[in-house]
Design a protein. Structure first.
Length: 240
């Protein structure tokens, strides 16, 4: 009995009355404002925002590996910012397919109203009797399944490669010889990949919206592609 009475007194000693709960809750809430943990949230949030806006790497709290965050897709992208993000993504890596994949993902997720963004690279022509210097073979991309091989000089991609200049097409259905890899595409911009005077392929970007691309997009994308070319080794890839 004595032991039972002692246990009862101990439970009563640790019992918290409802009024005490309210008081503790009320006192604890404002105290959180000056809590060290709350203070530490500030630089963490600022660091994440910096990574989001400038494209620098942050680190995953779960794996410890580098992460990269981009802002939402924009109808009028900030190409200066995208160039900074691209430089951060490609830093320390010169492998062609790796960089092409990263470049495609950045473009596809940063520019609104796109249904395809990626690369075609020069490859040995299957039908040499037609005198074509090369075919354009599908490389890294974002979007639906695409045409695998495009003849040199055909369609928007083949024409941009042949003439070695950017083709900005507001309505692909009005372009002579257009190759419809995706019937949803209505406008397109294709930029040739030229390094040291040699053509290695093209960057191809499609949109389901008519006249999606303008001169500002062309200048911005050409600038980004130039940075990609400078940061990438093309190795033994065929060229013309």
């Amino acid at each position: 009995m004595a032991n039972k009475a002692l246990a009862t007194r101990q439970r009563m000693r640790h019992r918290v009355e409802p009024s005490q709960l309210a008081t503790r809750h009320h006192v604890a809430r404002p105290a959180q404002k000056n809590h060290p943990a709350a203070t530490r949230l500030v630089p963490t949030t600022v660091g994440k925002l910096t990574a989001l806006l400038t494209g620098f790497h942050s680190t995953s709290s779960t794996t410890g590996t580098p992460m990269f965050e981009t802002s939402a897709a924009s109808d009028k992208p900030d190409y200066d910012l995208l160039n900074k993000q691209l430089a951060s993504i490609l830093e320390g890596e010169r492998a062609l397919m790796t960089n092409a994949a990263q470049f495609s993902a950045l473009i596809f997720n940063s520019i609104s109203d796109l249904n395809w963004a990626g690369f075609y690279f020069c490859s040995e022509a299957r039908t040499a009797d037609q005198g074509r210097p090369c075919d354009l073979l599908l490389g890294a991309f974002q979007g639906k399944v695409a045409c695998v091989r495009i003849p040199f000089g055909r369609g928007v991609c083949g024409s941009a490669a042949q003439e070695r200049k950017t083709f900005l097409v507001p309505d692909v259905h009005a372009f002579p010889g257009h190759i419809a890899c995706d019937s949803a595409s209505n406008s397109e911009i294709v930029i040739p990949i030229i390094k040291d005077g040699k053509l290695y392929g093209v960057l191809d970007i499609d949109s389901p919206r008519l006249a999606r691309f303008n001169a500002e997009d062309q200048a911005g994308l050409e600038s980004m592609l130039a940075a990609f070319i400078a940061a990438t080794d093309f190795g033994s890839l065929p060229s013309v």
